[in-house]
Write a protein that binds this ligand. Structure first.
Ligand code: GDP
Length: 609
């Protein structure tokens, strides 16, 4: 019997998977018994019942009885049982069916940090063993060990074990799962489960229990890097309080925080709390707090605060694994709302790489839609850049849900960011923003003073019409007391560079940087873009984010059909009426204050309480 630490100081969530009858319950029964985690008399009681019923005692029965007992009164759909060894408590997440298990894992109801995959030495690698390998890869579980069980049935033969190891290791590596080790064992006889066995003398590695002990604990929430998703920004007397729940890490007064994806940064002036005196100087993962900053930076719900050296990723294209439970199938090209921490952004599926039936893990043919209870590996593109982490690194910011017509219809985990044409520009913008020298006048002070936010209005379409509208728009805005400026291509070219000397990408980049300076001054910049290509539009957006980019299409579409317009003016007869519509669009996008909205809440995302 192994000694048990009465007070476990850490917990590890574990899942045990494998082909039916390969010995999962027996192995768990052994682990519970051999670590002394069973209630007193339990083992003897189950043994007595077996004797009464004339059955041979099985450790699997012990596990089943234990499961039943621990589950009593628990109504959650993920059953958990516990055993302790040394300083750690193992929380065994029961995987009742693949469907429930996948759903629980991607929705956040359960999370396994490590997995044991059991293979029967006599039967070898079976179809289900492979499927379970796949399941672990889908869920991004990185710590996996394989137990080659029932070694007693193959006379503890080393070559049998080695052949299974070679075959299965190669298979798992193809899926990107790197098993930490393969352990030969006999759960029924207790060989190499809690104690090494003379019958497996040729094996020098750790026992099953030692293997569990070697799994590394993911850093605790507090020790991980800071992730502080903004829930709301409140204006409270002169202060602006940024409220949210610290998802991980620790934030202290005086820390310089960077908010993603806008790249705004400032120092924490105070951490606010109700009826607490003195105010706290730090807050850690799990706490709901409000902070004030030393600069009035323009921040909105959904941004994620972090420390400068360890920011989350920012991207628009993400590879993920998703469990779909929606009434209608998930389709490529259709718009969904992606919710990640406190951020909501429109998105669409741009590629479905593979679909797997969650009930039996059978890989289905590649289809263009994902049905209910199917798991898909797919690529999602968000309309605006989003801050995220990989699920394997951070749980809260690595997981998202998809909303279809107001219903949460799918849950997913982020596996990888897919670089797009704008990745390098976005990185450039981030470096620029982080070293940006700020002044004492903040963005929203300017906005308050000017009565509008900065924006870039791009007019695309027919050349003659757009330049007429642009002039009219500039004139109207300036007469209304706005800070607006019509940027003329010919004028820029003279000063900055002859466009002919530069490739399009570089001239787009320079244009974006120039506009960035103007919008930083609080200006509404109007520009006639002629035929705008989608990649140019995306590049400008990457450099200007989070300043609104308002695209107006006038006359027949001249640009890339895929480029997106916020406002399409198809037949313009009267320039003044067309400009009215552009101004209405600017109001709708909260660039201009809505004269009928006296709270001016649209203009400033913060509001008074
Ligand atoms: P599960 O379906 O994977 O949970 O498998 P069980 O734990 O219920 O085991 C299935 C059968 O295999 C039971 O009859 C066990 O007694 C038997 N079994 C489990 N482990 C071993 C083992 O190490 N050696 C032998 N000979 N039989 C085992």
């Amino acid at each position: 019997m192994v000694t048990v630490a009465p007070h476990a100081t850490e917990h590890m969530q574990l899942v045990v998977v494998g082909h039916v009858d390969h010995g999962k319950s027996t192995l768990l029964g052994r682990l519970y018994a051999d670590t002394g985690s069973l209630p007193d008399g339990k083992l003897e009681k189950v043994q007595a019942i077996c004797r009464q019923q004339g059955k041979e005692f099985e450790y699997a029965f012990l596990f089943d009885a234990f499961l039943e007992e621990q589950q009593q009164g628990i109504t959650i759909d993920t059953a958990r049982t516990f055993f302790s060894w040394q300083d750690r408590q193992y929380v065994v997440i029961d995987a009742p069916g693949h469907k429930e298990f996948l759903k629980n894992m991607v929705s956040g109801a359960a999370r396994a940090e490590a997995a044991l995959l059991v293979i029967d030495a006599r039967e070898g690698v079976q179809e289900q063993s492979r499927k379970h390998g796949h399941l672990l890869s889908l869920l991004g579980i990185r710590q996996v060990a394989v137990v080659v069980n029932k070694m007693d049935l193959v006379a503890y033969d080393r070559p049998v074990f080695e052949a299974i190891e070679a075959e299965f290791r190669a298979f798992l590596e193809e899926l990107g799962v790197r098993p930490e080790r393969f352990v030969p064992a006999s759960a029924r006889h207790g060989d190499n489960v809690a104690a090494p066995s003379a019958r497996l003398a040729w094996y020098a590695g750790p026992t099953v229990l030692e293997t569990l002990g070697l799994f590394r604990k993911q850093m605790t929430q507090e020790r991980l890097a800071l992730r502080f998703p903004i829930q709301d920004v409140y204006k409270f007397d002169a202060r602006r309080i940024i409220a949210g729940r610290v998802a991980s890490g620790c934030v202290r007064v005086g820390d310089r925080l960077v908010f993603s994806p806008s790249n705004k940064s400032a120092h924490v002036r105070s951490i606010e709390a109700f009826n607490v005196d003195p105010l706290p100087l730090e807050a850690v993962g799990g706490q709901s707090i409000g902070i004030t900053l030393d600069e009035q930076v323009f921040l909105e719900r959904g941004e994620i605060g972090s420390h400068e050296g360890s920011p989350p990723g920012v991207a628009t294209t993400l590879r993920c694994n998703l469990f779909w439970m929606g009434k209608r199938p998930l389709e490529m090209g259709r718009k969904y709302l992606l919710r990640l921490a406190t951020r909501e952004v429109e998105c669409e599926v741009v590629e479905i790489r593979r679909i797997i039936d969650a009930a039996d893990l059978a890989a289905l043919r590649v289809k263009s839609a994902v049905g209910k209870n199917e798991v898909a590996e797919l690529v999602i593109r968000t309309k605006a850049p989003i801050a995220f982490d990989l699920y394997q690194d951070f749980e809260v910011t690595g997981r998202f849900v998809l909303v279809d017509q107001y219903d949460v219809a799918g849950g997913g985990i982020i596996v990888e960011a897919v670089p797009d044409a704008q990745t390098s520009l976005r990185e450039e913008a981030r470096r620029r923003d982080l070293s940006w020298v700020t002044r004492d006048v903040g963005t929203d002070e300017r906005a308050e003073r000017y009565g509008h936010r900065a924006a870039l209005v791009l007019l695309t379409g027919s050349a003659a019409l757009t330049s007429r509208l642009a002039r009219e728009l500039e004139r109207r805005l300036v007469l209304d007391g706005r800070h607006a400026y019509l940027l003329d291509t010919t004028n820029i070219r003279r000063g900055l560079a002859e466009a002919s000397e530069l490739n399009t990408r570089e001239s787009t980049r320079r244009f974006g940087e120039l506009v960035h300076l103007l919008v930083d001054s609080g200006m509404i910049v109007v520009f006639v873009a002629g035929a705008l290509r989608q990649d140019e539009q995306a590049a400008i957006q990457a450099l200007l984010h989070p300043t609104p980019l308002v695209v107006v299409q006038a006359g027949p579409q001249a640009g890339d059909p895929a480029s997106h317009a916020d406002l399409a003016l198809n037949d313009v007869e009267d320039a003044a009426a067309a400009v009215d519509r552009i101004i209405a669009e600017l109001t709708r996008q909260a660039v201009l204050a809505d004269p009928t909205d006296h709270s001016r809440r649209l203009l400033y995302p913060s509001y008074s309480i």
